[in-house]
Each structure stands twice: as structure tokens, then as C-alpha cells.
Ligand binder design. Structure first.
Ligand code: CO8
Length: 373
């Protein structure tokens, strides 16, 4: 078994962002118009009035203040309420590969690696824009990497589960250096006409380089001490978007085909699962929760992260102990914990322990215990 390290992290943040206030103004404009247009049906009880959203509620309930968007155009247009993107021809770089390349290059740079050092590419995220050819193979070609690539979908745990696969391959000796990329292009799957969910997601791309400890030469290198994953089936976070709509004649873009969730239930069920999972894993690596200096937790909801941290630590976390990035980034599906790592790891000292953890749809929880070398 080879010792495996994370030797570089890359983060690409889109230039455009949407504030809560902008989002709420657009949603409310749409809802008021809908209610006016359907006044008679609402009065007759044939359809429900659309409730209004509020920026204050969003920040209080989630901690989110804004979200970055790959394409802002169209989202705030009440006649559209979704991004307005140009379809690209097969000869052009795809949107998701473009996002992935930005993060991949940053991770390679941080790790001090060349594309020729990498032998496996995993693109792992909540959605890929097409079924095939794999976005990972497109990225592999664009970077000139030899070896192989494949895509993985595990919703919010896509990043950590892909890091697990990279760890396994390197530990077993079948790969020497793996590039894991998470181009989270979430906004085309958001129902911006749904008051309960219109504020949740943002776009971003993250990437990490994993390699054998003996080949790593970067300034900030983290040994992977353990990986742990668990899944438990739940319908509380769901998207039924898929190719079967073509055969079953359902609306491919209907409400059930976009992101939807029972947020309260998710909150109640996932928090104890995540706290128990992490406590067990840290014990399995021969450490105590109090040994951990940094928690790079999934970024879905600030109250959720605070609750999990309190369950783990028995107290409120210090500001930099479990960093929050969702105020600026919102929920970026699987990339949230990787953003937290990217922005908050360089201050750790040699020997310090950190835990990277995702939780979300599936349900799925994935985590890695890391020690800075
Ligand atoms: N404005 C004003 N009021 C609102 C709004 C709004 N926008 N939304 C809801 N309300 C109202 C509700 O109607 C409710 O009113 P009432 O009490 O009269 O019924 C009241 O506010 C409280 O509503 P909630 O109970 O829903 O509010 P919560 O305090 O629970 O907060 C949250 C809602 C923020 C959704 C919260 O429950 C939460 O964050 N839960 C955790 C969710 C979570 O972690 N989900 C994971 C999803 S991500 C994932 O797994 C990846 C999926 C794949 C990626 C998809 C890419 C698109």
C-alpha cells in the first residue's frame, strides 16, 4: 500500500454573482404577476397563490447572501427565470469542461505538477451536461494527459467519493497521480420559480491533485489517514431529470425534473448521521475529535454546519475551526467542502489534523481524515 497525499487544490469562481436581494426582486415580480394573472382560479381554489420570498428569510434560514453564476443572464428575467446559455458545437470546448479546466490548472499549479505527471482524471459532480463522451475525457484531451478519465455522479458527495476512488487507486498502485475535478454547474437545474429552493445553489469549479507521498513536492501536502463513506436511500432530495422523459412523454423540464427537496427533513435526518459518521471515522483512525484542528464541512446551510460542529465538539466552533464559505458561494453541491479547504488550509502546521466531509442527496456522506506533512 502506498501512502497517499493531497498535494494541490484549485478553485475557479465565476465572475458574475446574484445577491439575495436581486433574486428575491425577480422572484417576487414573477409571483405577483402570476397571482394577478391567476386571480380568478386562486379565488375559486383551483390553484394556489404563489407566496413571496424574502432576502431576510434566506440569510437567516441558510446563511447564504449571494451565489456565483456561470451565466447570470436570464436568471433575473421574469419572462425566463433560468440562465440563457449558448449551445456549443461538438468542435468547441463544452461549458463544463471549460469550468473544469480553470480549476484543474490551478490545482496542477498548486501541486507543482505537469499534465504529463497525471495518469487518471475524474470529473465528479451533481450533474454532467451530457451522458457521453465523458467530460473527464474532454478535459484529459485538452490538457494532454495520457492514461484515462471518467465521470462520476454522487450529488453532494461527488467530490469526496471521487477523492476516495483516487485514494484507492494510488494506494493500490494502479495510478500514480490523479486529478479530481468538480465543475458544479448547478444553476441550470434550479427552479427559480420555487420560493423554497430558488436561493440555494451557485456555480463553481474545484479540483484536487492526489499522488504518492514520495512524489509530492508542494508547500502544503496532506496525507490521507482514512476515507469513509455511507449511503442511505432517501427521496427527500430529488431530481428526476433524465432521458426517460423522451419515452414516457413527461415534461423534461417540469418541476419534478428540477432540484427539489424537503429541506426540514433533510436537516433533521442528515445532521445526526453526519456527526455520528465523523465521530466513528476519527476514532477508527486512532484519534479523538478534539485532535482535529480544521473541519472542512459540506456547505449547504450555516445552521446545519453549526449544529454538526456543536454535536462533534460539545461547544460552538471557533470562527476558523469549521470555516463557512456558503455566505458568498451558496450551496455548490459537491464542491462546498473543497472550496472551504482551498481557502482555509495554508495556515495549518505540520502534524495538524483536518477533516473534509460532504453530506447530501442519496443520502450520502463522504469524508477524509487528513494530516498536514
Ligand atoms: N422566503 C420567505 N419565506 C420562506 C422562503 C423564502 N424564500 N422559503 C420558505 N419560507 C417559509 C416557509 O414557507 C415556512 O413558512 P411556514 O412556517 O408558514 O410554513 C417558513 O419559511 C420556514 O420554512 P422551512 O421550514 O422550509 O425553513 P427552514 O428554516 O427549514 O429553512 C432550508 C429551509 C434553508 C431549505 C433548510 O431546511 C435547509 O437548508 N435544510 C437542509 C437542506 C440541505 O442540506 N439540502 C441538501 C441539498 S443539496 C444536495 O444534496 C445536492 C443535490 C444535488 C445538487 C443539485 C444542483 C441544483
Amino acid at each position: 500500500m502506498h501512502s497517499v497525499v493531497i498535494s494541490g487544490a484549485g478553485l475557479w469562481t465565476p465572475e458574475e454573482f446574484v445577491t439575495n436581494e436581486e433574486l428575491v426582486e425577480a422572484y417576487n415580480g414573477w409571483a405577483i404577476r402570476y397571482n394577478e394573472q391567476h386571480a380568478d382560479e386562486i379565488t375559486a381554489g383551483h390553484c394556489e397563490e404563489k407566496p413571496l420570498s424574502s432576502a431576510g428569510f434566506i440569510e437567516k434560514a441558510s446563511g447564504i447572501k449571494q451565489r456565483y453564476t456561470y451565466c447570470k443572464e436570464g436568471i433575473l428575467d421574469i419572462d425566463r427565470m433560468r440562465p440563457s446559455m449558448q449551445e456549443r458545437s461538438p468542435d468547441e470546448l463544452s461549458h463544463q469542461a471549460e469550468m473544469a479546466l480553470h480549476a484543474a490548472r490551478a490545482a496542477l499549479h498548486a501541486a507543482g505538477k505537469l499534465a504529463s505527471d497525471v495518469d487518471m482524471v475524474v470529473v465528479s459532480c451533481a450533474y454532467t451536461q451530457r451522458a457521453y463522451p465523458a467530460i473527464a475525457i474532454e478535459v484529459q484531451a485538452a490538457l494532454g494527459i495520457e492514461g484515462f478519465g471518467f465521470d462520476m455522479l454522487v450529488a453532494c458527495s461527488a467530490a469526496t467519493f471521487a477523492l476516495h476512488r483516487a485514494y484507492d487507486a494510488i494506494a493500490a498502485g494502479s495510478s500514480g497521480c490523479v486529478l479530481v475535478i468538480n465543475p458544479e454547474l448547478t444553476t441550470p437545474q434550479v427552479n427559480f420559480r420555487d420560493r423554497d429552493g430558488h436561493f440555494i445553489f451557485g456555480d463553481v469549479a474545484t479540483a484536487m491533485i492526489l499522488e504518492r507521498a514520495e512524489t509530492a513536492s508542494a508547500d502544503h501536502v496532506y496525507e490521507v489517514l482514512g476515507t469513509k463513506a455511507i449511503t442511505q436511500y432517501s427521496n427527500n432530495i430529488r431530481s428526476d431529470f433524465g432521458y426517460l422523459s423522451y419515452a414516457d412523454d413527461s415534461d423534461p423540464f417540469g418541476d419534478s425534473k428540477l432540484f427539489r427537496q424537503n429541506g426540514r427533513k433533510v436537516f433533521k435526518e442528515v445532521c445526526p448521521m453526519a456527526a455520528q459518521h465523523l465521530t466513528r471515522q476519527i476514532e477508527e483512525t486512532g484519534h479523538a475529535v478534539t485532535d482535529v484542528k480544521r473541519w472542512w464541512l459540506h456547505q449547504a446551510n450555516i445552521n446545519m454546519n453549526d449544529l454538526i460542529a456543536r454535536r462533534l465538539l460539545g461547544r460552538d466552533p471557533e470562527p476558523n475551526e469549521a470555516p463557512i464559505v456558503l455566505d458568498k458561494y451558496a450551496n455548490t453541491a459537491s464542491a462546498g467542502s473543497i472550496i472551504a479547504f482551498s481557502l482555509h488550509h495554508e495556515d495549518l502546521r505540520s502534524g495538524d489534523l483536518g477533516v473534509l466531509c460532504s453530506f447530501g442527496a442519496g443520502y450520502s456522506i463522504g469524508s477524509l481524515v487528513l494530516r498536514k506533512l
